[in-house]
Design a binder for this molecule. Structure first.
Ligand SMILES: C[S@@+](CC[C@H](N)C(=O)[O-])C[C@H]1O[C@@H](n2cnc3c(N)ncnc32)[C@H](O)[C@@H]1O
Length: 228
């Protein structure tokens, strides 16, 4: 059951206009109708959306979608429901889908907080990926961070027992918050002792590589939903 007092909604993003390239616009027109699922405040039939029934992973905030596409190609036996608000990012992932003939991604362009609340049913997910969520560095903006107790509780309710939650961040203060929030959620258990080694399926992004070369850290967290 969802908490009836469920959060004052987190507003974790700012809608930027951003430049839409000609290629992204073309991809939106050409591949959008096939690979995008319109937001609706009702339960989504995932079998119908993907046309098959295999393990399902939700990704929140895929940015330009490079890692998303790479993961989907590397894991053809899973399906990926990918949520992002930013139009150029959606166009960019659709372009990759078209170029690489990727069949196991569907995109919802909407606030993931609402998608989670209205479109996804309890226990429908085998995994969740949230990579480099906006860190909201300033103390007074910390409340806009996605990874907070109420949101995590709801997220975990959508994951099957034994399913996983994989987060990554390059902002240490947020990594500490993630570890605290996930460790305090009784339905989750840590698969590692603290932070986890980067799982092989998550590619190193260009931006991350640059950070590592500059001596910056990246923290992965992999937790599982407890059985029962
Ligand atoms: C810092 S970027 C990281 C993008 C990507 N995961 C990566 O590693 O490059 C965070 C992304 O999350 C998206 N985002 C933030 N809050 C969101 C929400 N509530 N629903 C959907 N997308 C969201 C933003 O639009 C942005 O593209």
């Amino acid at each position: 059951m969802d908490n009836p007092h469920f959060m004052r909604r987190i507003r974790s993003f700012v809608l930027r206009q951003g430049h839409l390239s000609a290629g992204q616009e073309r991809a939106l027109n050409e591949f959008g109708p096939r690979f995008m699922i319109p937001y609706a405040a009702e339960a989504l039939d995932l079998d119908a959306a993907f046309g098959r029934s295999v393990p399902r992973v939700l990704e929140i905030g895929f940015g330009m979608g490079q890692a998303t596409a790479e993961i989907a190609v590397g894991r053809p036996d899973s399906d990926f429901l990918c949520v992002e608000v930013h139009t150029p990012g959606v166009g960019s992932l659709l372009k990759l889908i078209g170029e690489q003939g990727i069949g196991n991604i569907r995109i919802v362009q909407h606030d993931a907080v609402e998608v989670l609340e209205h479109m996804l049913q309890p226990g429908c997910l085998d995994g969740v990926h949230i990579y480099f969520p906006d860190p909201w560095h300033k103390k007074r903006h910390n409340k806009r961070r996605l990874v907070q107790p109420d949101f995590v509780k709801q997220l975990v309710s959508r994951i099957k027992p034994g399913g996983y939650l994989h987060l990554a961040t390059d902002w240490e203060d947020y990594a500490i918050q993630m570890l605290e929030v996930l460790s305090a959620e009784p339905a989750l258990e840590n698969t590692a002792d603290g932070y986890a080694p980067r799982p092989d399926y998550r590619p190193l992004t260009k931006f991350e590589n640059r950070g590592i070369n500059l001596g910056h850290g990246v923290w992965d967290l992999v937790f599982k939903r407890r059985a029962g």
